[in-house]
Design a protein around this ligand. Structure first.
Ligand SMILES: [Zn+2]
Length: 259
């Protein structure tokens, strides 16, 4: 099992968990890079899709993908121990049904797929409904990983676009409690912008400055800075320096007007 990265639009990432020749996609906002992959890899099949929230750059490709010939006939995906009814299950919150989500999941639901177990997290705040997927493998041969959409970013967090700032704060606290080695697969390459802001707020912080330098080098070579880890985010994400909601609100406001 491994994780594939697809770039979409200007700065989106679409992720895919690949198990032998089967793929479980995360937030396919654009169907084109995925179709290209299946054309190049004709033995591969689409087994299912995980959706975090309803924004078009996360859901826009679902319906086109479900109309393609590379769909798996028997995805073997279980939710809470029961086989999914849909041939290709598309998991997500209720607000995403009109975009192709056919299997509604909520906090605490467990999605099993071969060796992979994915626990659904309610991490609302960016939008009124927003899910995360915390994944572990039975063998423990991969570090745990989380798909957190637009809630937690490398070096930053999502804007409040329909959700509430207090929910976003609670959701970030929830993600912070995951094991420190958890890989954080967010949905955008915003890291350099986020760390420029962080350095502006904490100019004397060595850990933040060092991370920014490393990220600058990566970006100058067009290397992705995602995933990060929960540990790195706790150390250098300015939003994780806010221990109280009021501080967090203030910092989120500052970032909103900064860029
Ligand atoms: Zn969004």
């Amino acid at each position: 099992m491994n994780i594939l990265q697809f770039s979409a639009f200007t700065d989106n990432y679409i992720w895919a968990i690949k198990n032998k020749n089967h793929l479980l996609l995360v937030d396919p906002g654009d169907h084109r890079p995925i179709e290209h992959f299946f054309l190049q890899n004709p033995s591969c099949l689409l087994a299912g899709i995980l959706i975090t929230h309803h924004h078009n750059d996360h859901v826009g490709g679902i319906l086109d993908l479900l109309d393609q010939p590379f769909l798996c006939d028997d995805s073997k995906i279980l939710v809470n121990g029961i086989k999914c009814r849909s041939k290709v299950p598309v998991f997500g919150p209720p607000s995403c049904e009109r975009f192709g989500v056919n299997t509604i999941v909520t906090e605490g639901d467990i999605i099993d797929w071969y060796d992979l177990t994915s626990k659904v997290l309610d991490i609302r705040g960016h939008t009124e409904e927003h899910l995360g997927y915390y994944c572990t493998t039975i063998e423990g041969d991969m570090p745990p990983f989380v798909f957190c959409g637009d809630t937690l970013f490398a070096g930053g967090c999502g804007r409040v676009l329909g959700g509430s700032v207090s929910d976003l704060f609670d959701s970030l606290v929830k993600l912070k409690s995951l094991p420190k080695k958890t890989l954080v697969y967010c949905a955008h390459e915003y890291t350099l912008n986020n760390l420029n802001f962080a350095v502006n707020i904490f100019p004397d912080d060595k850990e933040i400055s060092n991370r920014k330098k490393n990220v600058e080098i990566c970006r100058s070579r067009n290397i992705s800075t995602v995933p990060s880890t929960i540990e790195v985010e706790i150390q250098t994400n300015p939003f994780y320096r806010c221990l109280e909601l009021e501080q967090f609100k203030e910092l989120r406001k500052m970032k909103d007007v900064w860029s």
